[in-house]
Design a protein around this ligand. Structure first.
Ligand SMILES: [Fe+2]
Ligand SMILES: [Fe+2]
Length: 162
């Protein structure tokens, strides 16, 4: 199957989160493509996309949760649990593929993880849209605070002067 690319009706009403979703869906499509091409490059390609997907998913979920908390979205606890489950599944697949690429159940991965993940981005995330729209000012402040976090540079951009 091919995952649908991002469409305007997938919007959750917040530009930064829509941009995250576009990138995550793009990574899923790249991963699907890399799984399908069984050549000597596949191991390195799939593993690097899986790692990028994990990193950016973690970044996105943290941003989204801080914004949902700021606009007092009532479904935050259940939504956070869904995020944890997706991260757990992604970690399992990454570890399985890294240690035993031939033994990784790709069909299961495709069916349960990517479909569930894609469904989360384009369906479940829509649930918070009215709260983000109604409390847009609070959502914007939470996003700015997230982007300007102390650890945002990951220690790469700023070096202690002494
Ligand atoms: Fe999301
Ligand atoms: Fe979410």
């Amino acid at each position: 199957m091919r995952f649908e690319d991002w469409r305007p009706d997938f919007s959750v009403g917040v530009h930064s989160l829509d941009t995250d979703h576009k990138l995550l869906i793009s990574l899923m499509r790249q991963l699907e493509g890399a799984f399908a091409v069984d050549d000597e490059q596949q191991y390195v390609t799939v593993l690097s996309i899986l790692n990028a997907l994990l990193d950016y998913t973690d970044y996105h979920f943290t941003r989204e949760e801080s914004m949902m908390a700021a606009v007092r979205f009532p479904g935050l606890v259940a939504h956070r649990a869904a995020h944890h489950a997706i991260i757990g599944n992604l970690l399992k697949v990454r570890d399985s593929f890294e240690s035993d690429p031939a033994g990784t159940d790709r069909a299961m991965f495709q069916k349960f993880l990517i479909e569930a993940f894609h469904h989360h981005l384009v369906e479940i995330d829509k649930e918070y849209e009215p709260y983000m729209v109604a409390r847009r000012d609070l959502a914007i402040i939470a996003n700015e605070e997230f982007v300007n976090r102390d650890d945002d540079d990951g220690g790469l951009l700023f070096v202690d002067a002494d």
